[in-house]
Design a protein around this ligand. Structure first.
Ligand code: UD2
Ligand code: MN
Length: 484
């Protein structure tokens, strides 16, 4: 079992013991089970790209689509082989799918191209009015398709994702995903799930069966109107192998006038893995950084600096030519990233309003605040400044937090210690006041230097439940916050 696990980074032995058409629990909310949808929904092509996928997971994906979708709504299934090296994925696969009761086409990339260009290929040869993308290790559950298509029929500029349930990489047990999480991202441009905020619950008047507007999509599972996919510029074909395309298309949809939603009545399972089983020709980090740079350069305006400053080294990676993508943004007259942060993702880790982004340095000792292992519930550290961003980057936000990514400086007890805790947006222990009088008292030298370098001064008072205290406990007294 352990040997086989390495092949795909999931329990292949378990997968092989499970039927390709196994039953699954109906995990939908009760209110979803008897919803009615129009008869004349648009038909979809289902595009599944794969590189060296296991036979059983790939075919279980295909069977679950066929078994749990009304065939009147299924135009075809398109399997795009991204230059796999396994024999069983060649003729054996073609022979197998020929017998299935829904047309399944197999197309092959001539060389390893990555999931982005493979999906573009699949989309270009497919013919359905809607295109539905799935990873190659998914299982669709009862009623997954109708709510997705119905939403697109209502509004062709709405791009829809199902709730992604978890298929255990160890036991293949099927576990319902939550309708109370939606997609976001952090300063490193990693996609992350976060709790659906209250404003979005309110907008739906508490009805959890209504779609959730989500700032980003996970990437693998979504449906989109074919013409709309064209109109908003499909994918960035300059992105390689894996990564970045999910945030890129999410930003693009929102900034260019579309809507991105999680349709909570639709559930599709996915095998989440802890490691990637396949190679990244050219180096994993290089490729992901390149893709992320392309999306940051095209879509994020000045907010790309949060990414650059926290990920030292990223800026050394060449991101190629982006002129066609910036031209697209121009042509579609897309809104600025600040609009997206303000209106679509106000709970973002990247603050829309901030005064300073950089290190917090003691000019006398040349030591900097450092959040060490970027761990929650750790005391904030003080180390020699390295000027490389990463753990020594903080921003002072309009909410008066001193934050790095999703962690905030927090003093819960009188006289410290100062901890890094998850930002809670409630001010209180995470509210930092800038008081020039107090900082002036501490160090005049800092100010004389500051004029030349546009230093933002020190924040040394804190407010706990509206009581302001001067803070002279854990920090050296004369820190300054300086833009890197
Ligand atoms: C997530 C997405 C995935 C994609 C990725 C970011 C979900 C459930 N999955 O990662 O779809 O958006 O984030 O890029 O939202 N593949 C190829 N060629 C390659 C590499 C991968 O065809 O060079 C295929 C692979 O076989 C799979 C799909 O692309 O079917 C996605 O890859 P993954 O499963 O390794 O990505 P995942 O789920 O970790
Ligand atoms: Mn996957």
């Amino acid at each position: 079992m352990k040997e086989m696990f390495k092949i795909n980074q999931f329990n292949l032995m378990a997968s092989e013991m499970i039927a390709l058409n196994r039953s699954l629990p109906d995990v939908r909310l009760e209110g979803c089970k008897n919803k009615l949808y129009p008869d004349n929904l648009p038909r979809t092509s289902v595009v599944i790209v794969f590189h060296n996928e296991a036979w059983t997971t790939l075919l279980r994906t295909v069977h679950s689509v066929i078994d749990r979708s009304p065939h009147t709504l299924l135009e075809e299934i398109v399997l795009v082989d991204d230059a796999s090296e396994r024999d069983f994925l060649k003729q054996q696969l073609e022979r197998y799918v020929r017998k299935l009761e829904v047309p399944v086409r197999v197309v092959r990339m001539e060389q390893r191209s990555g999931l982005i260009r493979a999906r573009l290929k699949g989309a270009s040869i497919s013919t359905g009015q809607v295109i539905t993308f799935l990873d190659a290790h998914c299982e669709c559950t009862t009623g997954w398709l109708e709510p997705l298509l119905a939403r697109i029929k209502q509004d062709r500029k709405t791009v829809v994702c199902p709730i992604i349930d978890v298929i255990s990489d160890d036991t293949f047990e099927y576990m319902a995903g939550s309708d109370m999480t939606y997609g976001g991202f952090n300063w490193k441009l990693n996609f992350r799930w976060y709790p659906v905020p209250q404003r979005e619950m309110d907008r739906r008047k508490g009805d959890r069966t209504l779609p959730v507007r989500t700032p980003t999509m996970a990437g693998g599972l979504f449906s989109i109107d074919r013409d709309y996919f064209q109109e908003i510029g499909t994918y960035d074909a300059g992105m390689d192998i894996w990564g970045g395309e999910n945030l890129e298309i999410s930003f693009r949809i929102w900034q260019c006038g579309g809507t991105l939603e999680i349709v909570t009545c639709s559930h599709v399972g996915h095998v989440f893995r802890k490691a990637t089983p396949y190679t990244f020709p050219g180096g994993t980090g290089q490729i992901i950084n390149k893709n992320n740079r392309r999306l940051a350069e095209v879509w994020m305006d000045e907010f790309k600096n949060f990414f650059y400053i926290i990920s030292p080294g990223v800026t050394k990676v060449d991101y190629g030519d982006i002129t066609s993508r910036t031209a697209l943004r121009q042509k579609l007259q897309c809104k600025p990233f600040s609009w997206y942060l303000e209106n679509i993702y106000p709970d973002s880790q990247i603050p829309r309003h901030y005064y300073s982004l950089g290190e917090i340095r003691n000019v006398e000792t040349n030591q900097c605040l450092d959040n060490m292992a970027r761990k929650e519930n750790e005391k904030v550290g003080i180390f020699n400044c390295h000027g490389m961003g990463g753990n020594q980057v903080f921003s002072y936000t309009a909410n008066k937090e001193i934050r790095t990514d999703d962690l905030c400086l927090d003093v819960s007890k009188l006289n410290g210690p100062v901890m890094m805790l998850k930002c809670h947006h409630l001010k209180g222990n995470q509210l930092w006041e800038y008081d020039p009088l107090v900082s002036g008292r501490h160090n005049k030298k800092a100010f004389s230097q500051s004029d030349a370098e546009k230093l933002v001064h020190m924040f040394i008072t804190w407010t706990v439940f509206s009581q302001t205290k001067t803070w002279d406990v854990t920090f050296p007294s004369n820190f300054i916050c300086k833009a890197l």
